[in-house]
Design a protein around this ligand. Sequence first.
Ligand code: FES
Length: 327
Amino acid sequence: MDILIKPTNKTIRASQGSTLLEAFLENGIDISYSCLSGRCGTCRCKIIEGSVSGPSAAEGRLAQHGQFVLACQSRIETDSVIEIPEPDEIITHPTKTLKAEVVSYDELSKDVRRLRLKTNKAFDYSPGQFSNLSFWREDGTRSYSMAGVTEDDTLEFHIRLVPNGRVTSKLDEQMKVGASIKLNGPLGASYLRRKNTDPMLCIATGTGLAPIISIVRGALESGMQNDIHLIFGARTEEDLYGLDYLDRLASGHSNFQYLIALDHTKPNSPHFRGLVTDAIAENFPDLKSWRIYLAGAPAMVEAASLACTKRRANIERIYADAFYPSG
Ligand code: FES
């Protein structure tokens, strides 16, 4: 079978039945990948012509926008034309399972905890990616994004405690410094794209702040001069956390600014009153050529993605991993 790769216009030969990823790697075509098992979405690419068998990678906001597939799971059926998105932004961090030790566990807000872990081996990831953490054997695995690596070289995660959640409702009582946790990662395709100067709009609700902080910090620490705007949405002031850190980032970097959007504000509150979609509508009339990073509940991701595309954002420059709440 002949596969024409866009945007490079290189044609490769591939055997019928092999996966797209196998064909790419055998022919020296670079593509982002990580888990090799259909879980992380990192190897997503787009079928322009021809057909492959395998699961669609198009969920929700992408479903209306062309045929996206996972290269590691899609088997070649015909001659095809395949587009590899952003070939200059390739990442390949193989997903690993590592042992990690709890270094600290503390309170960020009434229902958000900060967990710091030290892994037993080197762990590479791109800002914005996530891992699966297994706290104990039975049904104890949940997905959390890395908020970054701290000064003492530990990985930081933000965990929302869900009332009656099978795992998180027990954490305050059972999480102990020195405990061992299994970490499987990195996963996810919503990672920082570094090789561009496009303005960035980062939108987080709840503990979606963790990957968004990681992306903002990754961009600023690597010297990216892009204008970076963050909208952090919450229901009330009591649900906010991390503002000291955001203030420090904003005062140290003139290209970064953030605004808080609250469903309910107190009288004289300095914060924007409304949903993150209202904040987009009021502050960002034209998002053509922007990069948009979204992290939070699926309903927010869908609504914010729609609000951005209505303001001319390119759907293929909107990055978000699907997270479904689990306690
Ligand atoms: Fe294909 Fe993770 S590498 S889905």
